[in-house]
Design a protein around this ligand. Structure first.
Ligand code: PRX
Length: 647
């Protein structure tokens, strides 16, 4: 099959921040002389005390450590807001589009945002929040979510955002793990016309998060939510009474900025920790170069602030760069599948950054929904979160972008802080489905199963050879887990957990996770997390979860469940288990298939053979491989014969 190649359009090559030669020169320097390169690019931020050291990093056990700009001090909120006030105080910083197109948008200038942030920061301080304290945010896509992040950054508190689609149980686990005493939420969220009971969820979480002393509640829908005397505070009343003067705290470059929980291959989500200086350099620099961003351009990243993409590319990157960032509360298909493109027209969006799963869902609705809008303002498109299949890529390019807009397919992870492998629109010829080339400072390598570095074209495990400023600095509360998870699989390298192919032109093609993590609609789920939710049900003895191909979601969730001996596996139980998982984790973890299994394929030492379960889930039963080492090979035949027909 021939691959298409889309050369860099001439006007992009001529006008972009970097062209191909510029990229090659900058990338070469960034890896040959990281000290010099990042020493210069670190100056994109305003430092209170300039750094005298740049890179102090080692992936080796003896002297393991990751520190960037370690003796510099700065405040990230001041970099995102205060420094723009003199030149762009009246420019719109956040352009907010509500869930319903009939409600009014909000346009918040840098000056207004600065005031709102200072007020909330003072409210937090009045509640006793100090530098280093953790603050949990459980908020929908409203501007106040950004206000809350920036208010924390202003006073040196560490924010931990929990995606507003997570259940009370999942919320409680995350509050408890980082020891937040304070939670910011709102009465109800609104998504696709449906209300999400956020305050009620917080109340329900309190049974398992006894340390919470204060809940600050924003009004969104105006629902009459019960307030707990002495614990709950009304956001509007408190901020209206607070001062707009709040000097930013002087933070060390390596002071923590935020924790964001993400799934790994073990049961418990881990709190990925990012610090201040390196993260800010990475988020802002990647935002500038990947999107060829110029201050004031209307830019829209359609991710939720509950995920890392929302942190780096809705809030921090664009605001540090003096941008106008669109925040969208709703969903792509409400009230109809034209919604994204109508918002593009309404705000004259120039740069749109979205997820393949949304594009696939919209593609299925037909081109008319797109074509009835103008989209003439669009000049650049982006993709993130999962591999984009060439078919969706071509549709995005041809129908949405009318063959005019380059597509930047950005590969990265919660752990990496920002884009790692990505085209630059003025520099990189595009191949649909390939994230293409490494960003400055990134040295991807492919290793074979023996850990040997592969040269030239081939497919292997993707690792990164050296540190980059935006790299995570730790797992909250578990120093060893950080080192063990990322630096022991292949000693001396950062292990991404992804498989990858490199072609003859040096382009990288991510093939998907090679660990027990699945990617459902661009959301990362640990199979172990879903398994522990299932076995927590009284009727379940054992469960094994694997990914399966899914046309829209990329991957779906396929669960094999063994019931307790006295339990009849009925259709009603199947439904009950689906609801149970939604209740334990949240709707994003809804199993697509539950297959009742009297037994699971295990080795004689009791290890579940997931390879076989994956094949059955993929309906690829002709090549199950050697099953003779199983304790009971007949369970495989039973699973194959009873595989449920998929809708
Ligand atoms: O498997 C890769 C996939 O998403 C994983 C990271 O998930 P998360 O930490 O939730 O971050 C998502 C937002 C960056 C990766 O290990 N992934 C992400 N972007 C891409 C991708 N796979 C292929 N192409 C991408 N552009």
């Amino acid at each position: 099959m021939g691959e298409s190649l889309y050369p860099v359009p001439a006007q992009w090559a001529a006008n972009a921040l970097v062209d191909e030669a510029g990229y090659n020169a900058m990338h070469a320097r960034s890896v040959e002389d990281p000290e010099g390169f990042w020493g210069e690019h670190g100056l994109r931020l305003d430092w209170i005390k300039p750094y005298s050291t740049v890179k102090q990093t080692s992936y080796h056990k003896e002297d393991f450590g990751i520190r960037w700009f370690a003796d510099g001090t700065l405040n990230l909120c001041a970099n995102a807001l205060d420094r723009h006030l003199a030149t762009r105080g009246d420019q719109v910083a956040i352009l907010w589009e509500p869930d319903s197109p009939t409600d009014a948008e909000r346009r918040i200038t840098y000056r207004e945002l600065h005031e709102d942030v200072c007020r909330l920061a003072n409210v937090l301080k009045a509640q006793g929040v100090q530098k280093g304290d953790r603050v949990t945010l459980y908020l929908p896509m409203v501007p106040e979510a950004a206000v809350a992040m920036l208010a924390c950054a202003r006073i040196g508190a560490i924010h931990s955002i929990v995606f507003a689609g997570f259940s009370p149980e999942a919320l409680a686990g995350r509050i408890d793990d980082c020891g937040s005493r304070i939670v910011l939420t709102c009465d109800e969220g609104l998504r696709g016309g449906k209300k999400v009971p956020l305050k009620a969820n917080v109340d329900a979480a309190m049974d398992h998060a006894p340390g919470v002393e204060c809940v600050i509640v924003l009004k969104r829908t105006g629902a009459d939510v019960p307030m707990v005397e002495g614990r709950d505070i009304d956001w509007h009343t408190a901020t209206a009474a607070a001062s707009t003067d709040c000097p930013p705290e002087e933070m060390n470059a390596e002071d923590p900025l935020f924790i964001l929980y993400t799934s790994g291959s073990t049961g418990k989500p881990k709190g990925v920790l990012h610090t201040t200086g390196g993260y800010a350099v990475w988020a802002s620099m990647t935002h500038q170069y990947v999107f060829d961003y110029r201050p004031g351009q209307i830019y829209w990243c359609a991710a939720d602030v509950g995920w890392v993409t929302g942190h780096s590319y809705v809030v921090y990157g664009p605001l540090i760069n003096g941008g106008t960032t669109v925040m969208f509360e709703g969903v792509p298909n409400y009230p109809d599948p034209s919604r994204f493109w109508q918002v593009v027209d309404k705000f004259k969006v120039e740069i749109f950054y979205g997820a393949p799963t949304a594009l696939r869902a919209l593609m299925r609705e037909g081109d008319d929904w797109v074509k009835k809008t103008s989209r003439s303002s669009l000049r650049l498109l982006g993709s993130v979160g999962e591999p984009i299949n060439p078919e969706a890529w071509e549709w995005y390019h041809k129908v949405v972008g009318e063959n005019r807009c380059p597509i930047v397919d950005t590969w990265w992870q919660t752990e990496t802080g920002g884009a790692m492998i990505t085209p630059l629109p003025g520099a990189t010829a595009l191949k649909p489905g390939s994230a293409s080339k490494p960003f400055f400072g990134v040295q991807p390598l492919l290793l074979d199963n023996d850990g040997k570095v592969m040269e030239g074209a081939g497919e292997g495990c993707l690792v990164i050879a050296d540190s980059w400023p935006g790299q995570m600095r730790g797992v909250w509360g578990d120093e060893e887990r950080f080192f063990n998870t990322y630096f022991t699989t292949f000693a001396g390298y950062y292990f991404t957990g992804d498989g990858c192919r490199r072609d003859e032109d040096g382009y990288y093609w991510i093939t998907g996770r090679i660990d027990d993590v699945i990617n459902v609609s661009g959301h990362r789920m640990g199979t172990a997390e879903i398994e522990s939710a299932l076995v927590a049900h009284a009727k379940v003895a054992e469960a094994a979860v694997v990914g399966m191909p899914h046309e829209i979601k990329g991957q779906g969730i396929y669960a094999y469940v063994t019931c307790n001996a006295d339990v009849e596996p009925t259709e009603a139980l199947r439904k009950e288990l689906v609801q149970w998982v939604r209740h334990e984790i949240g709707p994003i973890a809804t199993p697509d298939v539950i297959q009742f299994a009297p037994g699971l394929p295990k080795t004689r030492s009791g290890k579940i053979m997931r390879r076989i379960l994956r094949k059955i889930a993929e309906n690829d039963v002709s090549s199950l491989g050697d099953t003779s080492t199983l304790a009971d090979p007949s369970v495989v035949d039973h699973l194959v014969e009873n595989r449920p027909a998929l809708a």
